[in-house]
Design a protein around this ligand. Structure first.
Ligand code: HEM
Length: 152
């Protein structure tokens, strides 16, 4: 196995291990259908664990992807490669901006709300957060399609 082939191997492994948990992050909360604050907090605790795996996988994807580009600079002339890199950086920028501002009030609510019923405010806040997460998931799906098809 050449070093380049090793990078491809690591890249595909990271894609499966890292992206899979990322895609189900919002569903862990919505599909588990939490009926009180204890269950909701539990769903978010699972989500946070999944997010760690996604961050490790995502970082490895970027590092191995750029490394392959440096070993085979022809990729930088290819539309699928440059577009994927751009889209990936856009998705990455979602984290500290759109996602952070939408998840902060939810975290505060989970920490500070003392009753057991789930307040209506949570539904509104989570809708906004999950909307951005679904856009991010679509971006990742586009990148996966670009990676496999290398269409242009
Ligand atoms: C959501 C993020 C990503 C996923 C899920 C992903 C997934 C994949 C998969 C499954 C392949 C194998 C496709 C094949 O060869 O048939 C691949 C190839 C490749 N990826 Fe990614 N990738 C991602 C992000 C990136 C990024 C950001 C870059 C560039 C910085 C990149 C660079 C590459 C390169 C250069 C190859 C081709 C390897 C080769 O065939 O020699 N990937 N990717």
């Amino acid at each position: 196995m050449t070093f380049y082939e090793f990078l491809v191997f690591l890249h595909i492994f990271s894609a499966i291990l890292g992206m899979g948990p990322g895609f189900v992050m919002s569903f862990v909360v919505t599909r588990s259908n939490p009926s009180n604050m204890t269950e909701l907090r539990h769903s978010f605790a699972i989500r946070n664990k999944l997010h760690i795996i996604t961050m490790v996988g995502g970082t490895l994807l970027l590092i191995t992807g750029i490394w392959m580009g440096f070993l085979n600079t022809y990729w930088f002339s290819q539309g699928w490669y440059v577009s994927s890199l751009f889209l990936f950086l856009v998705a990455l920028a979602f984290g500290p901006t759109l996602l952070k501002s939408r998840s902060k009030p939810i975290k505060e609510l989970l920490r500070e709300y003392k009753e057991e019923d789930i307040p209506e405010e949570y539904n509104q806040l989570s809708k906004k957060l999950f909307f951005v997460e679904h856009i991010e998931n679509i971006i990742f799906l586009i990148i996966i399609a670009l990676m496999i098809l290398k269409p242009f």
